[in-house]
Design a protein around this ligand. Structure first.
Ligand code: ASP
Length: 340
């Protein structure tokens, strides 16, 4: 009798399990775009009352950066080349917090972080705390392709740079008056409140401005790149999310992701990898995965992301109020914008 009860209980359990609705989402079959690219120039809060000429300067630079990457991809170039050259342009533009125009550390220096990842090989390169490399993303790419390692920091990254042909500059090259004034404001404000507390949206705005790009090329390869000066008033040796593979930068054969925003929050949620994992293990679409990360995992005001998937879909989303961004693909879809 005991065995019979066990037998029927087991049968019942099997039947119940079989009747459970499938919790997995179905990623619908999708048309593939030949290539696509998305870029960001930082997330934060930018007032809609921004002076018209400044707004125009941002919009024009986003368009120009996008055109660089799109042309490379249209001509059959690699996703890696497209994102490196796109990010180089943004690094050289002092509107953005990367390369020229990087924010200042608490000690009044510019210490730059960057990472790049090749989704087709899962290889990556990253640097943190570099002070004399004009385009840190190009150094990160060389870490990926010309070293046995993935991540070099500070003096070590400079020593590695000595062994490459990347362009070097005097640290004073990175100085911009507006970023220096931002540091002065941050130092003043810090006297009045505890470290890393943001009272108003306006205060958040001038701490951000990282740049990034993600792309899919005609061969179907995905790649991601992010470059930054970090956060204004960052302390002694602080490393943000950007150069930490899986946090601010990640690519595999399914999706490429680049982040911007409050680095500490982004890295605590291993954000870029979380998006990729959600997509993979839930069979979710790119947009479902982006919504999960931005709306459910992170909190309002934390961060924004750009991503491109293997079908060539792009997605750009922030919960900070604004994100400088642009994207386009081989079908002529295009988006350039600042506010949510
Ligand atoms: N995420 C960057 C950092 O924390 C800052 C930014 O995106 O603006 O270093």
């Amino acid at each position: 009798m005991k065995y019979l009860t066990t037998f029927f209980t087991t049968l019942l359990l099997i039947a119940l399990t079989a009747c459970q609705p499938n919790q997995e989402m179905e990623r619908p079959p999708q048309d593939e775009k030949e290539w696509s690219i998305a870029l960001h120039g930082g997330a934060g809060y930018v007032s809609k009352d921004m002076p018209e000429d400044r707004k125009q300067a941002y919009m024009e630079s986003l368009e120009e950066a996008l055109a660089i990457g799109a042309e490379i991809l249209e001509n059959g170039g690699s996703a890696l080349d497209a994102i490196e050259k796109t990010v180089n342009y943004l690094e050289d533009n002092e509107l953005y917090n990367a390369g020229k125009g990087a924010v200042f550390t608490a000690e009044g220096k510019n210490e730059l972080d960057a990472a790049i990842m090749d989704g087709s090989t899962l290889n990556a390169g990253a640097v943190t705390g570099v002070t004399t490399v004009k385009n840190p993303i190009s150094l990160a790419r060389k870490v990926m392709t010309e070293s046995k390692h993935v991540f070099f920091s500070a003096d070590g990254a400079e020593t590695f740079a000595d062994q490459t042909d990347v362009e070097r500059v005097d640290p004073s090259y990175f100085y911009t008056e507006s970023r220096y004034q931002s540091l002065q404001r941050a130092l003043e404000q810090e006297k009045e409140e505890s470290f890393n507390t943001y009272k108003t949206d306006e205060e958040k705005a001038w701490r951000y401005g990282t740049v990034g790009a993600v792309a899919k090329d005609k061969d179907g390869n995905l790649a991601a790149a992010t470059s930054t000066g970090g956060m204004t008033n960052k302390k002694f040796g602080r490393v943000g999310d950007v150069p930490i593979i899986g946090s601010g930068t990640y690519a595999n054969d399914l999706v490429a992701v680049s982040a911007t925003g409050w680095g500490e929050k982004i890295m605590l949620h291993v954000s870029a990898h979380t998006l990729a994992s959600y997509m993979q293990f839930k069979n979710a679409t790119l947009q479902q995965s982006m919504n999960y990360l931005v709306d459910d995992v992170l909190e309002p005001g934390d961060a924004g992301f750009i991503a491109v998937d293997k079908y060539g879909n792009f997605s750009m989303k922030t919960n900070t109020g604004s994100m400088f961004r642009a994207a386009t693909d081989s079908e002529g879809n295009k988006e350039v914008g600042i506010w949510e």
